[in-house]
Design a protein around this ligand. Structure first.
Ligand SMILES: [Zn+2]
Ligand SMILES: [Zn+2]
Length: 418
């Protein structure tokens, strides 16, 4: 990985507009001096000192995920209140990053991992801002969803392939929930370690072919990272190739069960949901057929089979045939599969489904299953940097350069602004 200094894209630190969707319509409390101005029909509250902050007493986080909850959140920077109650935090990019790294990962995580994460998050963010600025946002189907419906397939049933653009917001750059990147302001405090990781990599991004990389990350790849096209549009990203998440001896980086390492990396509420490199979930027939009907609008009757038709390189299912007694349906891509089989989300779409009888034994052929056992690997889409794997690499002495080099093939490190 070459290190060069060039700045064709952004030579000054950008300001991020972060939409706090879980706080819409709630109140706010100002702490320190602010000026109130009218701006574009909105109320804009600008801090008059760097220490000034505002508190949102009730913010819903993890919306639709199994960790959904309400908590108070505090932010630096300006608060823009739209007439409909939408709250947007306007904050300098590096300050935003300090918070994102603190919220996503613990400050006790290995320092080289924190630096790698700062560069990945900064790259993703600037790539997204660049696309927005160049008017290259995907032409808007509602909610940023891209849906392709067809009948032209071997089982002869309806096929719905859907994925979601994260840059689908119109009144702000990023939302503060997991849809974009979890951002909780200064609620959890910013540690000296995170502050150092962000400061020491200030302005540094991954670049490829003259552009800032659309760098991605997920919690745990499960042993092999996934390609971009398994989660989003059918397009190859040369720097987001599938790589084995293994060291020279073939040991898997993210297979670690070291409680000290995991405890130093994951926030407490993630530890409440153990099992991510390998996981298992049993879903009853009643729960599965009801959930799948609610989410797809298709009345399957009883579901008799969950059959993968194609998988990405990590093993994540990208097209799944849901076979019912009344109707069958093919769904994709990975996120849609995770959404449609679970009231919240499955951890990943890399799983084998075993039909079970009422005693929990494998169901006989032709029998209507009483439940399905899903045996899966990984947590999240698996594209780009594997957070657990990267933390494990750093804990064994890897530098942030070699971590990034491992997950982002052929990308180079450049400094956009000082
Ligand atoms: Zn978002
Ligand atoms: Zn991994």
């Amino acid at each position: 990985m070459a290190t060069s200094v060039l700045s064709p894209y952004t030579s000054r630190e950008p300001v991020i507009h972060a939409g706090i969707l879980g706080a819409t319509g709630s109140g706010y409390l100002l702490d320190g001096p602010f000026e109130r101005v009218e701006a574009d029909g909105c109320l804009l509250l600008r801090p008059l000192s760097p220490e000034a902050s505002f508190l949102l007493p009730e913010v819903r986080i993890g919306i639709g995920f199994h960790w959904e909850r309400v908590e108070p959140q505090r932010f630096h920077g300006a608060l823009r209140v739209h007439p409909d109650g939408l709250m947007v935090n306007e904050v300098a990019l590096e300050e935003y990053l300090r918070s994102v790294i603190s919220s996503e990962m613990k400050a006790t995580a290995p320092p080289e991992f924190l630096k790698a994460h700062a560069i990945v998050s900064r790259s993703w963010l600037i790539a997204m801002l660049e696309r927005g600025r160049n008017g290259m946002d995907a032409a808007g189907e509602s909610h940023g969803a891209h849906t392709h419906i067809s009948f032209d397939n071997a089982p002869g049933c309806r096929e719905i392939i859907r994925w979601y653009d994260r840059e689908a917001h119109t009144r702000f750059d990023v939302c503060t929930d997991d849809h974009c990147q979890r951002y909780q302001g200064i609620s959890r405090g910013i540690s000296a370690e995170v502050d150092r990781a962000v400061s020491e990599t200030r302005g540094m991004v991954l670049a490829y072919g003259g552009e800032v990389c659309d760098a991605r990350f997920s919690k745990c790849c499960g042993g092999m990272t996934e390609e971009y096209s398994s989660a989003w549009e059918d397009r190859d990203m040369p720097y987001l190739r599938s790589v084995a998440d293994t060291d020279a001896d073939g040991g898997c980086h993210c297979a670690t069960e070291d409680p000290v390492l995991l405890g130093s990396v994951l926030n407490g509420y993630d530890l409440d949901n153990p099992g991510f490199h390998h996981w298992e979930e049993v879903i009853t027939q009643a729960e599965l057929s009801r959930t799948a009907m609610e989410k797809t609008g298709t009345d399957f009757g009883s579901i008799v089979g969950l059959q993968p038709l194609s998988r990405g390189k990590s093993g994540r299912i990208t097209r799944l045939l849901i076979r019912g007694t009344k109707e069958s349906l093919i769904v994709g891509k990975e996120l849609e599969i995770r959404r449609e089989l679970s009231p919240s989300h499955l951890k990943s779409s890399d799983f084998e489904a075993t039909p079970l009888d009422k005693d929990g034994l494998p169901a006989a052929p032709g029998e209507i299953p009483a439940a399905f056992r899903l045996s899966g690997r990984g947590w999240g889409h698996g594209v780009g940097m594997c957070q657990i794997g990267a933390a494990a690499m750093a804990s064994r002495g890897a530098s942030y350069q070699s971590i990034l080099n491992h997950y982002f093939t052929d990308a180079e490190l450049i400094t956009l602004y000082r």
